[in-house]
Design a protein around this ligand. Structure first.
Ligand code: F6R
Length: 600
């Protein structure tokens, strides 16, 4: 959450900062700001709202060769211009942007800054005042910066300018993501390579508790104790077109449509020349060695984990527990003798998941991260990584990463089953190819689903999704998609559980969307639909071909029953998209949310 860009060099600072912030808006979009230093001094521009608002504020006559920018997702203090970054020290000499949470900011205020007047309600402002305080003591910016950073507890990615020193950009990182991008006669910093991909594809990772001093043609990485660190650059494997909307009105729609391609890419990446599954031997060994898997994830990834559990238990015969990351540390279950932790995370940066990873690594347990971003924190810090190959997911509401997670977990389950010598009547590569075609059939039928959205969801206050077995897990995801982008209060329920309380909420016209893709519960879920229809619900059934009745709203193409979640979720994503659009919501950037949740 929150995005940072910084630039030092000879090109147009302003455009690099603003373009970069636009690419980082997915990380937060409630306010933004940039600071640029030139021979006339520091130029600071801030605006509440989106980068577009900031662009309108920026004085185009200002040209500079160094600057920092920030797009915010508020943690401490409301979204406002005062709370927007960059923040400045009392004298105005130091200017700083920060992503993360300074957990001990109240203590630092009391201990060092009781005589300082704060201009904002943020935790960030503490850092910049602290630098100035320590500068007064040491008369040395690097020393003051290093000392200030050493006092911080929590997470931070920081870019700082000292107006008296126009040749250096000061950078620090702990837990929050930050990269250095290398150019010809310039260098940049960014929370994500996609922010600066149009100026460079060469990047240097920064590790936790390192500080970096940048000038336009030199990068000096140091540990907090001042020891120099050598690191080679890598080429960012990202195509600039992956992060453009192209002809689509929204990234979410583009990403829904990309799902068949993602399935085919996963098939390609996980097969060898003989069309057999190809997986890292070490992952195979770890899967074979474990007696219980603990899947740790949040939100949509958690929902994908629930589906994945079924594959691993049914195909590979290993018990699986799926846990919400933010609860795991307090509600840690009794662990088995040989646990394997599997972290599911699109971004690979989610703080709640990372905190569990840090904990279990301290205890010496093995960890596998399944992520869309192989160089991400969760990927680096786990023993093994499985890549999702979904391509950058920009819309805040996750779609293609969810289906990619389920597909990769299916492959993992089958690979493990084969490694254990089980005979399976299930070829995941073949079945995923059928899924890809089925997804295409569905994405070609958007108009029919759009009509359902406008009939059922245009004016409703709430909606329910019901299903049994795997369908229940998809219902949780369908409800999350609908609520996060359309703000309709939506809940996913196990069909049989509704009558134990929640059915009290069913009124005349309440939309109830049911999934019927599992043969063994087809009659049972239809009885649940009858129960709510009898109480006035406006029901809509999505069934699989072969299980359908004439009265069903929509019939999904037939795929292997285990993989039905990959198909049944697609119309629910499309339904949510059109419901949000009908209501005039900002589909790609829903209120209060951000992608990549890097605060606990
Ligand atoms: C919802 C959504 C979130 C994320 C969750 C975990 O559409 O995107 O619920 O799934 O914040 O994020 P990752 O997968 O990056 O760990």
């Amino acid at each position: 959450m929150c995005g940072i860009v910084g630039y030092i060099g000879q090109h147009d600072t302003k455009e690099t900062l603003l373009n970069g912030l636009e690419k980082l808006e997915y990380r937060g979009y409630d306010s933004a700001g940039i600071a640029m230093l030139n021979e006339d001094g520091m130029h600071l521009f801030k605006a509440k709202g989106r980068i577009a608002a900031l662009r309108n504020r920026v004085d185009n006559a200002v040209h500079a060769t160094m600057g920092i920018g920030h797009t915010r997702w508020a943690t401490h203090g409301v979204p406002s211009e005062d709370n927007a970054h960059p923040h400045q020290s009392a004298s105005g000499r130091f200017t700083l942007v920060h992503n993360g949470v300074v957990e001990n900011y109240q203590d630092l205020k009391k201990a060092y800054l009781h005589d300082v007047n704060f201009a904002s309600e943020t935790d960030t402002e503490v850092i910049v005042h602290l630098v100035e305080k320590l500068f007064k003591k040491y008369q040395d910016t690097v020393k003051a910066f290093r000392q200030a950073v050493s006092l911080l507890k929590g997470s931070y990615a920081i870019g700082m300018i000292d107006s008296e020193n126009p040749d250096t950009l000061y950078v620090a990182k702990n837990k929050s993501p930050l990269l250095v991008g290398l150019g010809n006669d310039f260098n940049v910093i960014a929370s994500d390579a996609m922010a600066t991909l149009d100026v460079t594809d060469q990047y240097l990772e920064i590790f936790d508790q390192e500080i970096v001093l940048l000038n336009r043609n030199f990068v000096d990485i140091q540990n907090l104790d001042g020891t120099a660190v050598e690191r080679s650059a890598y080429t960012a494997q990202m195509d600039a077109s992956d992060i453009e909307k192209g002809t689509y009105p929204h990234f979410m729609l583009k990403e829904i449509d990309e799902q068949p391609f993602v399935m085919r890419r996963i098939i390609q990446e996980y097969k060898n020349a003989n069309n057999e599954l190809k997986l890292d031997m070490n992952i195979r060994k770890a899967m074979k060695a474990t007696d219980r898997i603990y899947i740790i994830a949040c939100g949509t990834s958690y929902h994908a984990g629930l589906v994945g559990k079924q594959f691993i238990e049914k195909l590979a015969n290993i018990p699986v527990e799926v846990h919400v990351a933010s609860e795991f540390s307090y509600n840690m279950p009794l662990l088995s003798e040989k646990p394997l932790f599997v972290f599911l995370s699109q971004s690979g940066e989610t703080a709640d998941s990372r905190s569990v990873l840090v904990n279990i690594k301290k205890k010496g347990y093995p960890a596998l991260t399944v992520t869309n971003v192989p160089g991400s924190t969760l990927s680096r810090e786990a023993d093994h990584t499985l890549h999702l190959y979904a391509g950058p997911e920009i819309a805040v509401a996750s779609t293609k990463a969810y289906t990619a997670q389920i597909a990769v977990l299916a492959i993992l389950a089958v690979d493990t089953a084969q490694a254990k010598g089980f005979e399976l009547d299930f070829d995941p590569l073949q079945e995923l190819a059928i899924v890809a075609n089925a997804m295409e059939v569905l994405t070609d039928q958007k108009e029919a689903i759009e009509a359902l959205a406008s009939d059922y969801l245009a004016t409703t206050r709430n909606a329910f999704f019901i299903g049994r077995g795997a369908d229940y897990y998809v219902c949780l995801e369908g409800a999350l998609k609908l609520k996060e982008i359309s703000y309709i209060q939506a809940e996913g329920f196990a069909g049989g559980e509704l009558k134990h309380g929640t059915i009290a909420l069913i009124e005349e016209g309440t939309p109830v969307i049911a999934l019927a893709t599992q043969a063994n519960v087809n009659y049972a879920i239809r009885s649940n639909v009858q129960e709510v229809a009898a109480r006035g619900a406006n029901t809509m059934i999505f069934s699989s071909k072969g299980l359908e009745l004439d009265t069903d709203a929509f019939v999904l193409p037939h795929v292997h029953e285990l993989l039905a979640p990959l198909v049944s979720v697609v119309p629910l994503q499309i339904l949510a998209y059109y419901a949000a659009l009908d209501r005039g919501c900002d589909v790609d950037k829903p209120r209060n949310l951000a992608k990549s949740v890097t605060v606990e």
